[in-house]
Every structure is written in C-alpha cells, then in structure tokens.
Design a protein around this ligand. Structure first.
Ligand code: FAD
Length: 397
C-alpha cells in the first residue's frame, strides 16, 4: 500500500498533479491517498522530500518450481476436427520444449476423438494425454477445466499453451485459478529466458500501443493463450512416433453444472477469412459501402476474401466478422492488399504475418508502408479499378 509520512510531507501538491487516477489529494497541508490508487508509483518518483513510499508484499515462490517439467498444449477439437490453432501451438511448443530439454505433450479432451492423437504426434507431440468420455461431448467450462486441472496437478507441466479461441478464453482462466498460477492471455510471441528457463510471454498491452513481455516467476505452470494464426505449425510427419496415454478421470470431475441443450454451428465460415490465401482489406479510405463493393470485385477477380479495419466496421460499411486486428480476426494469407488503411498497431497485429503485404494509400507517410512489401502511393478509387481491369485482362488472356 501507499504510505505517507505526514511528518516529512510539505503539502506541495506535486503528487496530486502527477496522479493520473486522481487518487491523491492534499488536505490540510498533507497528502491523503484515496481508493483509486493503483500503486503505479508515479507520486513516489516525484516526491522531492521522500514522504511517499509503497509497501509491497513479498511474493512467495510456491514449492519447488523444478518439480514442474514439460510443455503441454491443449489440443482443442470441435465438431470432430482438431482446431488449426492446436497444430500451430505444437509448432511453438516444440521450440520451447527443445530449448528447455523437456518433452512436448498434447492434451485431448472430448468424446469419440479417436485418430486425433496420432495427428497430434505427426505435428510434433511426444505424448498425447487423451480423455475420451461422453461427458466431454459438449464443451463446458467446468468439466473441461476440471479435467485439464486434474491432469496438470498430477503430471506437473511447467508450461501450458492453449488457443485464445472462444473455448480457450473461456476455460483456461478457470484452470489457472484452480492451479493458483498466472495466465497471460492473447500472446503473440513466446520464448525461453536463457538465465532461468522462464517463459517469456509477449502480448500487446495498453490498447496495442506497446508490447509487454510477462514472466510468471513464482508459480507453475506458466499458462499462456495464443491467438490463432500467430504461430506456424510444423510440417506434418506421418512417421513420427509418440506415446498415447488414455486417461480415465473420476466421473464427478466431469459432471458439468451446465446442460448443453443444443449446439449450432455458426455460418461465419462464409467469411472464411482465416483460410483465404488472398485477402483484400479496406479501411476508412474507402469512404462508404460502395468502396467495399469495389474491393469485393478485386477480391472476386483474385479468388480472395474481403477484410476490413475496425474504422470501416464501426462505420457500418461491412459486418464485424470481416474485421482484422486486435479485436477482430488474425489472418496470415499469402497476399494481403490493404486499401485505404493507415496501419494502426491494432490492425497490424492481425495481419502482419501475411507473406506479402501490398498497401495502397494516398499518404506516403502512412505507417502501413512500414510493414508493406509493396507500397502504392495514390488514390484507391483510381488504383483499384486499374488493378481489377488488369487482372481481368490477365485471366481472359
Ligand atoms: P484511418 O486510420 O482513418 O486511416 C484511413 C487511411 O486511408 C489513411 O491512411 C488515409 O491516408 C487513407 N486514405 C483516405 N482516403 C484515401 C484514398 N482515397 N485513397 C487512398 N488512401 C486513402 N483497428 C482495426 O483495424 N482492427 C482492430 O481489431 C482494432 N482493434 C482496436 C482495439 C483497441 C483497444 C483500440 C483502441 C483500437 C482498435 N482499432 C482496431 C482501431 C485502430 O486504432 C485504428 O483506429 C483503425 O485501425 C483505423 O482504421 P483505418 O486505417 O481504416 O482508418
């Protein structure tokens, strides 16, 4: 907590004017701290007479961290299919496991999931823990959370990775809470710290304006969720050998409090952004819905999908499932054509892994050109029709 030495305080008010949370006020000649204090420490730094200090609780390391070993990937599967992010995480997990000199395991939860364990081995897993139980046929937070927590308590992995999907985001926090450890959500990069083998978990922070690297020094496992399409899967190797461990868990653990009455597969796949090889994206520079009709034509000629910046979605020119970026989808196509998009960091985090980025913008200083492979400085309403005509010519020739 923030301590104020009232003997030393001279009531100068510098702390009050520095506090961006309005948590400190000078009353009766001395500083007084209120409920909104976040312990950021900015007042302590500016106090010239040293009247302010922060007393922090000493963090206690839980047990012997070295008792936890191995990298785990939660292998999400839905409607009889492995989620692509599970394979991407095995690619990332393989590198972490090799750096740590430990094994890489996948955890498969569900019902009638035969055959998927072999696929996980082909994509890099050394071991696959399989809990195949009718109680896990439909996803529920409590049953899936209990199952993964029980396995982790028993086998003590040092790292657990899961997709930052609707399912991962829903039940992985429950696993972290049950295991009394931390969770870093929505990571975009993972690495191992040389000095102590800790997991470095990097993610956008403060609205995507900075990248923060987070470590979990006092507890295990270190748990991260990672957005789909950020990591690359390994090349499938059908000859890889691994161990499949079938686990039966106590039925009481798998009894959900929520009863799933019906499950409907949403038709969002129509947008199919995540799997398109070519994505043509539009931003505020397209000015209106008609601008999107123009880039839809370009996408159609190229056999690609249409995406948008949040500014375009917020303007109502195109629905949300097309949004790319921090609060939209992540895409990694072969070609991403950004039309009238400035290149805000929140947009870039969703598309910068594209192999080739082509940017069209009339402002030569737009940040999108910093990530673009090819940049065209000019008016989208002149350039896009020229591209459409040219590609049509090529196709008919
Ligand atoms: P602008 O920044 O307004 O850029 C328009 C560009 O079009 C300009 O560079 C301009 O030069 C160019 N232009 C204008 N007319 C023409 C023309 N005729 N020809 C050529 N060029 C032209 N944004 C996202 O996209 N996705 C997200 O998921 C997302 N999440 C966010 C989350 C948070 C927490 C926050 C705070 C913001 C988020 N944003 C997101 C918003 C982001 O910060 C930007 O505001 C947004 O990306 C800007 O969209 P834009 O590039 O289309 O618009």
């Amino acid at each position: 907590m923030l301590q104020i030495d009232i003997e030393a305080c001279i009531g100068c008010g510098v702390c009050e004017s520095t506090c961006t949370f309005g948590a400190i006020k000078v009353e009766g000649g001395v500083a007084v701290v209120g409920d909104t204090c976040t312990l950021c420490g900015s007042c302590v730094d500016v106090c010239e007479v040293g009247a302010l200090s922060i007393e922090r609780e000493e963090k206690v390391t839980q047990g012997n961290l070295a008792d936890w070993s191995g990298v785990w990937v939660y292998a999400e599967c839905r409607h009889g299919r492995l989620a692509p992010v599970a394979l991407e995480l095995l690619g990332a997990g393989r590198k972490l496991a090799e750096k740590r000199g430990v094994s890489l395991s996948a955890v498969l939860l569900g019902s009638k999931i035969e055959g998927m364990a072999e696929e996980l081995i082909a994509y890099g897993a050394d071991k696959v823990f399989v809990v195949d139980d009718p109680a896990l046929a439909s996803f529920t937070d409590d049953a899936y959370g209990n199952a993964l927590s029980a396995l982790a308590k028993k086998h003590r992995p040092e790292i657990i990775l899961a997709g930052a999907t609707a399912i991962g985001r829903s039940f992985i926090p429950r696993v972290a809470t049950t295991l009394a450890t931390g969770l870093t959500a929505d990571c975009t990069d993972l690495a191992i710290r040389d000095e102590d083998g800790a997991l470095l978990q990097t993610r956008p922070a403060f609205g995507g304006n900075i990248m923060a690297t987070i470590v979990c020094p006092h507890t295990r496992p270190q748990i991260s969720t990672v957005r789909p399409l950020v990591m690359k899967p390994l090349v499938r190797d059908a000859g890889r050998k691994g161990e499949i461990i079938k686990v039966n868990l106590d039925s009481a653990l798998l009894k959900p409090r929520v009863k799933v009455l019906n499950s409907v597969v949403e038709d969002l796949d129509r947008v199919n952004l995540s799997e398109a090889d070519i994505v043509v994206a539009g931003g505020r520079g397209l000015e209106n819905e008609k601008g999107f009709a123009m880039i839809r034509e370009l996408a159609d000629v190229l056999g690609g999908a249409v995406a948008a910046s949040r500014a375009a979605v917020d303007s109502g020119w195109i629905p949300y499932p097309h949004q790319v970026g921090q609060t939209g989808k992540t895409v990694a196509p072969k070609i991403y054509i950004a039309c009238g998009i400035s290149g805000a960091i929140q947009h870039l985090v969703g598309m910068q892994s594209a192999d080739t980025i082509i940017a069209i913008n009339r402002d030569a200083d737009a940040p999108i050109f910093d990530v673009a492979t090819y940049g065209i400085v000019g008016d989208v309403f002149e350039i896009v029709p020229m591209l459409i005509a040219k590609f049509k010519d090529r196709k008919s020739a």
